[in-house]
Design a protein around this ligand. Sequence first.
Ligand SMILES: [Zn+2]
Length: 211
Amino acid sequence: MNIILLGPPGSGKGTQSSHLAKKYSLNHLSTGDVLRSEIVSGSKLGKEASKYMNEGNLVPDEVIIGMVSQKLSAIDSVLLDGFPRTLNQAKALDNELSNLSKTINHVLYFNVPSEELIQRLSQRLSCRNCPNTFTKSENNPSCKSDSSCEEQELYQREDDKPEAISIRMKNYTDLTEPLLNFYKEKNLMTNIDANKSIAEVSEQIDKIIHI
Ligand SMILES: [Zn+2]
């Protein structure tokens, strides 16, 4: 089974995807996480990508497509999170999958009102060591509560800062509209009401996927 999760930054698809990948034995491929690990390692791709991401801009298609194609050929079933982001990427993905005799089974779109998204993102803290994210609060959350991670200090990602958020939102909407239509025409798209609790969102997804 191959699934695509679509949704703006802060829509909660990151949280749902780790849960989904485990539950349905899918390989979770988050282009954001892969890019960030390239940045931390200081690779050539990482340096190029960080230039765009720090300004709240998207990393160019050809960089992302190359990276995803390489991963897809090595795995069986995939949960794509953060990819495709543009119509161009979606078409490239279609080609790549048909070369591998694979198809997409579901595209889930995480729908959240934009005021709610901006509120969520500006309160978000991330771990440098793993994909966990937390909400700012008085009792200073740390990642150590999750036994598999030893990181004490959390930070606010450059692209979660207010000036970058509004650029990200605008980029997202402009690029995603044609993408949503592309999958609607293929009858693959389902809207998820993501302005709900984690459990409620997860329940909606299970109803759609049920194997
Ligand atoms: Zn961590």
